[in-house]
Write a protein that binds this ligand. Structure first.
Ligand code: HEM
Ligand code: CU
Length: 505
């Protein structure tokens, strides 16, 4: 391959090959597009759950809830992660993308699968929500769409390993991978295991929907489904943490204080995070209490430990780097003088704080055997995971987008002033949304429920009046988040199309 196919990014110094550049670009474009659809669906669902608005009719509520979960959690996040796969397994190592065609096969499968899922859901043939618990049944094409998307993603994660093996052969890195790539290696290992569970559950479910298999045991479904559904959240955690480290490195020149420790923490994720999948089965009668308590009160903390290590290591890496730049007065000058106007930096800090305090803490609490029984299927759970996958992962990915647009698309950001407030707007919105949901849930408000006033029901039930305030908090926060999300989409697409071209060798 001719050397002219490489260019050197003048901002980051990265050596970027045309083959990876195109793969990253298209995966990012697909990610932004699916986030736009998913976010719009989220807004419509929100305006339905907010009792004083109650926008959609009942069947549309479940239909759009299904689309929201799939576009936001499956499509946006995984398209972005596959972009990160190519970024960390080729660009960060200064090598080309090997087997580029395989990257395009993965992308095409994900695109076709995603389009199929959305079409079938919009046609009203798959009102089964994200989890598609049997015996809820969707059109076979829906399961086929999920399988195509998952196989595409699987190939994408496998591409990571092909790239790093061949890159090592060609001298892309010496002894160990840079930390960002190491994090994505952890994500890809978990990704491959996870997607194998996906195949194990969605293939039989496809056959069942085609009447080839007579029944699927609901407990078996839940067990295997969460091997996919929960473990894939750990792909997200690994990718998010890798983004935290990389942003610290790119924006302030931060290096982990003890790199071995940070690497070990990623290994803890690989080894122990799968155990946490069991929190989805805590109220099911299948497993024994002994098993549940040992798993959720003891073993799970080995994975929590990993997050605690990262939560200290990353801010520490920033502090050390900023102090080296001369911000040494007092305890906190480095913090005051940090580049808060850079949305990549502020976004990552917001992501770290909200992920830890909203998503992490509630996950550890709700995920214990003792607590699960009173929070299960309440709105508190929805509050918890908007603290993790939205306030944590989505904000981190948004922040990293502000770096990738100049690095990969060679465009300047448009609307820099708006860009610098976008993470704050989105972060404040999601935090309010999430706290509103958690508070309402602690008064027993259910998730996935069309009408909590139970109008027309044979028995009347009213919740504590306090929930009015919490549901409004959710509503106002959600609208702010939707505004922040919309701003992000405008800035991302606007910069790609209209941003000032940057001259580079
Ligand atoms: C504008 C931002 C967002 C708003 C206003 C929003 C709002 C909501 C609301 C109101 C629900 C319905 C809960 C229920 O009725 O049970 C929901 C569910 C959900 N949201 Fe979001 N959300 C947003 C962004 C996101 C993002 C970015 C993700 C993923 C990364 C996400 C993932 C989910 C999932 C997985 C569900 C559960 C779907 C199900 O129960 O099948 N949300 N969201
Ligand atoms: Cu889970």
């Amino acid at each position: 391959m001719a050397n002219t196919d490489f260019r050197t990014c003048s901002l980051s110094g990265l050596k970027i090959h045309r083959s990876s550049e195109l793969l990253i670009r298209w995966n990012l474009i697909a990610a932004f597009a699916t986030l736009a659809v998913g976010g719009l669906m989220g807004l419509l669902v929100l305006l339905t759950r907010w009792p004083s608005v109650h926008l959609l009719p009942v069947e549309h509520y479940y239909r759009f809830l299904t689309a929201h979960g799939l576009d936001a959690l499956l499509a946006w996040i995984i398209f972005f992660e596959i972009a990160l796969v190519h970024f960390t397994s080729a660009v960060l190592l200064g090598t080309r993308s090997y087997v580029t065609w395989l990257g395009w096969v993965a992308f095409a499968l994900m695109l076709i699968g995603g389009a199929l899922i959305n079409t079938i859901v919009v046609l009203g043939r798959a009102d089964v929500m994200f989890t598609s618990y049997v015996p809820l049944k969707a059109d076979p094409l829906y399961y086929l769409g999920v399988i195509l998307f998952a196989v595409g993603a699987l190939i994408g994660f496998i591409h990571f390993f092909i790239n790093i093996v061949l890159s090592k052969r060609d001298g892309g890195f010496k002894r160990s991978l840079p930390l960002g790539s190491f994090g994505l290696a952890a994500a890809s290992i978990i990704g491959i295991l996870t997607l194998a569970h996906g195949a194990a559950i969605f293939l039989p479910t496809l056959l069942w929907s085609m009447d080839v298999i007579p029944t699927i045991d609901p407990s078996a479904y839940r067990l295997v489904f969460w091997g996919l559904g929960h473990s894939s959240q750990q792909i997200n955690v690994c990718a998010m943490v890798a983004v935290w480290y990389m942003t610290s490195a790119f924006v302030v020149g931060g290096k982990p204080v003890n790199e071995k420790l940070s690497r070990t923490a990623f290994v803890l994720y690989i080894l122990f995070i799968n155990l946490a999948s069991e929190h989805h089965l805590l109220v099911d009668p299948v497993l024994s209490s002994w098993h549940k308590v040992v798993n959720t009160s003891y073993m799970m903390h080995l994975a929590v430990l990993a997050s605690m290590i990262h939560a200290f290591a990353i801010p520490a890496s920033m502090e050390v780097a900023l102090r080296k730049q001369g911000y040494t007065r007092g305890l906190f000058e480095w913090l005051k003088k940090a580049p808060w106007g850079n949305p990549a930096f502020s976004g990552v800090i917001i992501s770290i704080v909200l992920f830890g305090f909203l998503g992490g803490i509630t996950g550890v609490i709700f995920g214990t055997e003792q607590f699960a029984i009173i929070r299960h299927n309440t709105f508190a759970i929805t509050g918890h995971f908007h603290g993790t996958v939205v306030a944590g992962t989505t904000i981190a990915f948004m922040a990293f987008t502000y770096l990738l647009i100049p690095f990969i698309f060679k465009r300047e950001l448009i609307w820099k002033g708006f860009a610098s407030i976008q993470p704050w707007l989105y972060g404040a919105g999601v935090a309010t949304l999430s706290i509103g949901m958690m508070s309402a849930g602690s008064f027993g408000v259910p998730r996935r429920h069309y009408d909590i006033t139970f109008s027309g029901a044979p028995f009347s039930f009213t919740f504590d009046p306090a929930i009015d305030m919490f549901m409004s908090m959710m509503g106002v926060g959600g609208v702010l988040a939707a505004a922040g999300g919309f701003l992000f989409i405008l800035i991302a697409f606007g910069s790609i199309i209209f941003g000032k071209k940057m001259e580079q060798r």
